[in-house]
Design a protein around this ligand. Structure first.
Ligand code: NAP
Length: 527
């Protein structure tokens, strides 16, 4: 079923002579499927087709686009075990995780379909004319969101479904009315191709224009860079490392017409444990954090890589409890030899940093590609002085910073790079005395959590998955939840435009029955 070909709209193409294979990290062997790196000509064809498709697709009604998104969800489910097996053999992740992520992917598509069916997301705003206004008449103005054009999506290695081919970026961009070209992730190219088949089939069944979706294979950076430089590409969605996201952001800024890059990147997700909570609940939180740090081999963008507390006997005991819990967790397989290679290398370099104490590193031998979890401690002054201690180590690694006092804790938080999440473990009474700590943390993160773990990102309208740079390249937007659609649109205004020539969303009769802001009042009435 997997051919290794590129999907150029509805055509399949394998013109290049460079090929690559994915890897089964559990068996430690290459998978048999062979993928053909996209050529420059194939890239051009995919983008040109997307541009042509855009002219049609942007005018297709929300209801029909919703049919398309729901059909993608159905086609993904119809892939059934074929998809689950491919996912597992390309990632080493268990079947339960594959099914969970598939459910999340399908839910995201269905959520955007509902948003389109309801229709008010276009934010239609109408200010009617006042011709008799003095000294000059007021014009009739009508504004709504319109799609940007072809979007290129780069997925991350650690979410082959929910943040990849038909993940949140693709679902939200298609919902917005933008054709999508996916730069397939080389570590799960087979999973990507199966999902591409589902999208392509859904597009044909629901009558979408050829070019509304393409999937290009690539195991290097050239294809991605060419796509970002292509003049007909109008926006980029990226999930992955800070180095990758920043490189593509810089490429996009260098274009003669710069375009937005919405990059969701790595994060160390600071967790602050306040003294009273430590005093009374250290066992509970040691257990919870041992699980959270090692969940999925630590391969989550919301993995808690940094814990902070104020020096005390309780904090020392918490560290020991955490070590005791975490040493008993069985190591698990990482996604790919490159990922475990980077993990071991970065962990090794970190271990050489002065004044860093290695409290626990899983002591026994492990199978090949399995990650040995580790926790370390450092004092607040050392952490402040050494920025290399602040970097993400993608895997089951966490550092506990022992601060001198709450002022130092607030200072450290205030100087951290931008993060996806921040967490406070405390009591409602206690946290009130730490307003400076809470404010410092709030300024550096996209989402703040009270008494929980940062792993687990609910797909919901009020979710904010993003944050100040480098957690994301634009902290005003989210990559998860219905508001993710706002990345792919721009506001567009009509002045004194004839009613019959306006889009349905802005017509006097409000034929779509959507909620609009008319002369400052939300209403779904006709004018
Ligand atoms: P990655 O190495 O950055 O790769 C992501 C994609 O970008 C791949 O398709 C990769 O292609 C491409 N790429 C990377 N560098 C590039 C460059 N300089 N030019 C052009 N293309 C480039 O990330 P990953 O290892 O797949 O994912 C792990 C990282 O993602 C972790 O840091 C994790 O925290 C982060 N992540 C963030 C989120 C979030 O929502 N914030 C979610 C999941 C994961 P090639 O592989 O072909 O080079």
């Amino acid at each position: 079923m997997v051919t290794g070909q590129n999907f150029i709209g509805y055509d399949r193409s394998a013109q290049g002579d460079q090929t690559y294979q994915t890897f089964n990290p559990i068996l430690n062997i290459e998978n048999p499927e062979v993928f053909y790196e996209a050529t420059s000509e194939e890239i051009d064809r995919a983008v040109n087709k997307a541009n042509q498709a855009f002219l049609v697709y942007r005018n297709i009604s929300g209801a029909r686009k919703a049919e398309f998104l729901k059909a993608i969800a159905d086609e993904i489910m119809a892939l059934d075990d074929t998809l689950v097996k491919m996912y597992c053999k390309e990632t080493g992740l268990p079947e339960g995780r594959a099914k969970g992520e598939r459910g999340r992917t399908v839910f995201q598509l269905q959520t955007f379909a509902q948003l389109l069916e309801e229709g008010s997301w276009v934010d239609a705003t109408i200010d009617t004319a006042i011709p008799e206004r003095e000294p000059i008449p007021k014009p009739d103005l009508r504004k709504m969101r319109v799609p940007l054009g072809p979007v290129v999506v780069f997925g991350a290695s650690n979410f082959p479904l929910a943040y990849s081919t038909a993940g949140g970026d693709t679902a939200s961009a298609l919902a917005a009315g933008c054709p999508v070209i996916v730069k397939s992730h080389p570590m799960h190219a087979g999973t990507g191709e199966l999902v591409a088949t589902a999208i392509s089939s859904a597009a044909q069944k629901t009558g979408m224009p050829d070019g509304v979706f393409s999937n290009l294979n690539s195991a290097g950076i050239e294809v991605g860079v060419k796509l970002v430089r292509h003049p007909e590409v109008k926006a980029i969605g990226f999930t992955g490392s800070i180095a990758g996201g920043r490189a593509l952001f810089d490429e996009a800024a260098k274009r003669s017409e710069p375009i937005p890059v919405f990059a969701e990147m790595g994060s160390i997700n600071p967790v602050v444990i306040l003294p009273d909570a430590l005093k009374t609940q250290k066992d509970k939180w040691a257990k919870a954090y041992a699980q959270s740090i090692t969940l999925g081999s630590g391969q989550f963008c919301t993995n808690p890589g940094l814990l902070l507390g104020i020096k005390s006997q309780d904090l020392s005991e918490f560290v020991n409890d955490l070590a005791e819990e975490i040493v008993h967790i069985e190591p698990t397989c990482m996604l790919h030899p490159n990922i475990i290679g980077a993990y071991e290398k970065k962990k090794g370099l970190m271990k050489q940093e002065s004044n860093l104490n290695i409290i626990m590193e899983y002591p026994d031998d492990v199978a090949v590609n399995y990650a040995r979890q580790a926790i370390t401690t450092v004092d607040g002054n050392t952490f402040i002085q050494n920025p290399s201690l602040h970097q993400e180590i993608f895997g089951p690694f966490s550092m506990i910073v022992q601060c001198e006092n709450s002022e130092q804790l607030a200072k450290i938080l205030g100087e951290l790079e931008g993060q996806l999440t921040g967490t406070i473990i405390s009591y409602e009474d206690e946290i009130k005395d730490y307003s400076q700590v809470v404010e410092s943390l709030g300024d550096r993160v996209g989402r703040i959590i009270f008494n929980g773990v940062p792993t687990g990102v609910e797909v919901a309208p009020a979710m904010l998955h993003g944050g100040p740079y480098p957690a994301s390249t634009d902290s005003r937007f989210t990559a998860v939840g219905r508001h993710a659609i706002e990345r792919w649109v721009r506001p567009f205004s009509y002045q004194n435009w004839p009613d019959e020539l306006l889009p349905d969303e802005l017509k006097n009769s409000n034929p779509l029955n959507i909620t609009r802001l008319v002369n400052g009042e939300p209403t779904n009435q006709k004018l």
